[in-house]
Write a new protein. Structure first.
Length: 154
């Protein structure tokens, strides 16, 4: 069993998030891929919650009805902002736990690789679905990183 929460990470950004499991369970953040939603992880949210984990599956920016910046504003969908959304959501739904398990599929996998690379002390484990290691797949975020347009650690 799980509930759908509305989590506001910033003014104008409210995410629909499937959350299940005990408040003190180890958080598991699951990031969906292109053309799917948090519903992709419904069975996993239920199974993880039943196993005592704090399962967290958000609709990401552009998919959540309360977090859809103007699609013509490409900068509003940049990798840094998508990563910040994910970190803010796990902070809110995971009750500020210092570490969390991370699952990524497709585009959510790209974000997950980046999060695990940049904040290894926060990621207890990484599960990747249908996304190669970044070393074998150049990322647009590499150019942004070289240009100095990166997030500072929380």
């Amino acid at each position: 069993m799980f509930e759908v929460r509305q989590i506001e990470t910033a003014p104008g950004l409210v995410f629909d998030v499937s959350v299940g499991g005990p408040d003190d369970g180890a958080p598991v953040l699951m990031l969906h891929g292109f053309c799917v939603s948090r519903h992709y992880y419904t069975a996993q949210v239920e199974a993880l919650a039943a196993a005592g984990y704090r399962a967290i599956a958000p609709n990401q920016r552009g998919y959540a009805t309360g977090a859809r910046p103007d699609p013509k504003d490409l900068d509003a969908y940049g990798m840094e902002l998508l990563i910040r959304d994910a970190l803010d959501i796990v902070e809110a739904a995971g009750r500020g736990a210092p570490r969390f398990h991370l699952v990524g599929h497709d585009w959510g996998g790209s974000l997950s690789w980046d999060i695990a690379d940049r904040w290894p002390e926060r990621v207890a484990s990484l599960t990747m679905l249908s996304r190669p290691h970044p070393r074998f797949s150049p990322r647009p975020s590499d150019a942004r990183r070289r240009a100095g347009k990166t997030l500072q650690p929380p």
